[in-house]
Design a protein around this ligand. Sequence first.
Ligand code: M6R
Length: 590
Amino acid sequence: MCGIYGCVGTKNAVASAIAGLQKLEYRGYDSAGIAYINGKNKIEIVKALGNVENLKNQVNEKVFSRLSIAHTRWATHGKTTIENCHPHFSENFVLVHNGIIENFEELKNEINEKTYSETDSEIIVKLIEKIYKNFSNNSMENDKKILFSIKKATEKMKGSWAVILLCKNNPKKMFVFKNKSPLILATNNKESIVASDINAINGDEKSKFKYFNLNDFNIAEISENNIKIYDKNLKKIKLKEIKKQCEIINLNNNYKHKMIKEINEIPFAICETKKRIKNKDFKKLISQMPSFSQITIVGCGTAYHAGLYGKYIFEKYLGVNVNVELASEYRYKTQIKNENELVIAISQSGETADTLAAIEIAKKKGAKTAVITNVCSSTITRMCDYVILTHAGTEVAVAATKSYITQILALYLLAYKTINKRISKNIGQVAKTIIDLYDYNFFKSFEKMQKFFFIGRLCDSASAQEASLKLKEIAYVHSEGYPAGELKHGTLSLVDDNSLVVAIITQKSVLEKTLNAVHEVRARGAKVIVLSQFDNEIKNENLFKLPKANEDIMPLFSILPLQLFAYNFSLSKGLNPDMPKNLAKSVTVE
Ligand code: M6R
């Protein structure tokens, strides 16, 4: 959460940082700020509430500057106010920070100084300042003093951080350090850029850049022509170049919102993933799959729902016991050691704090680890034994759409390839047919309902939970996603004539059972929509007819009209579906 950007040696550092921030906005959009070195070598700070566009309107993008640092915020400590907005400053330093300092109260007491904001980030800059001042009588060069101050400060800090720091006494350099929060460094030895996400990096001559991942507790000292990297003992080190950059799908930008653009990219994302998933790790993993006696899938939110599908498809075809765990629970629960266990993380961003922590724990207990992710340069890819890449392309809208569908596809391909079963053809084409078939009018009249329930059995219950999450997330309506058989164990008491129940029925074996639930809710006054390919069996229902395809991959398709419904519902309430309130795309804090 929060996006940070810094550049040095850039012809127009303010404009570059604003452009970078706009690409990082998916990480938070409560407020934004920039600090840049002006023509007189002085630091200027500009802050704005709201999104990056507001900041852009307040700065002169053409002002002379070769160095700037910038931040787009998702509030953790303190409300959305100008005081809490980054950059944060002390007498000699200015910084931007992504992450959470867990012991900030303790550090605040140690600093024992009045603060102007409620943030943990202000504490970092004040802590560095305090340590730096202790060196004031020391004959060490200023750069060394800064490095030692960072080292000593980070030894005291607990939590996660990616920080870009400027010092008034050395306005030609930025100092960068991190722990757990992501940070990518790009350089062509004249211009250098650091950012929370590789896709945000622009630059004067981007094609000449080499890209690096900064490791935890490394410190980078970056000026126009020089980069020095230090380890935690301030010993100089070299970073490993990121060889392969992730490709970005950029089919068409003529969409009003990123979310609808990304839904329309689904057919292409499916074809790309199907074609390109077979890397070395994928092949190795399918050869190893039969040897695992226990599989655990971990993830959060939408990725967790993809995991529920994984349980269904792996148990059906691999005959192995699969547990699906919310990463935020898994990391704290009692761990039971299993011989030959595989822990699979699912994460679009590869940066979700809870999912990273879950993998760390899995590794500690000796399990093999795999990740299904969409971002090849993400932190999680450096942690897992097997890296399975989906090829959905960049997903910016907060609501996961194409990434979810390609995660399901990856799980289906893993299961089918392990047992050498024939893969369905034309999956991308079927998805396209559904997007074309979708008619908002079919759903629109139900928007006036007050309660929304999504139900299904087996893998359809995962789709029901995902559909419900989409509606809550971007249309701000209360809804529930349920295994169809569970309603009558409590939730049915909520169902009345103000309720819409959407039943997803793609699995023949449970068709009649789910229809029973449909009759039960209708008897309580609910309106019903059924999504199914079984039009011959399902009569007299308000049916959204899905194309006929292999039942195992129907969850790829049944979610599509419901993603579109959530999008339209959000629009009809006058909301911005790309930026739902209180949320951010990449959840890098606990
Ligand atoms: O990047 P990840 O897949 O690890 O993110 C996990 C969740 O935060 C994410 O799927 C979230 O639930 C979606 N924004 C929901 O649309």
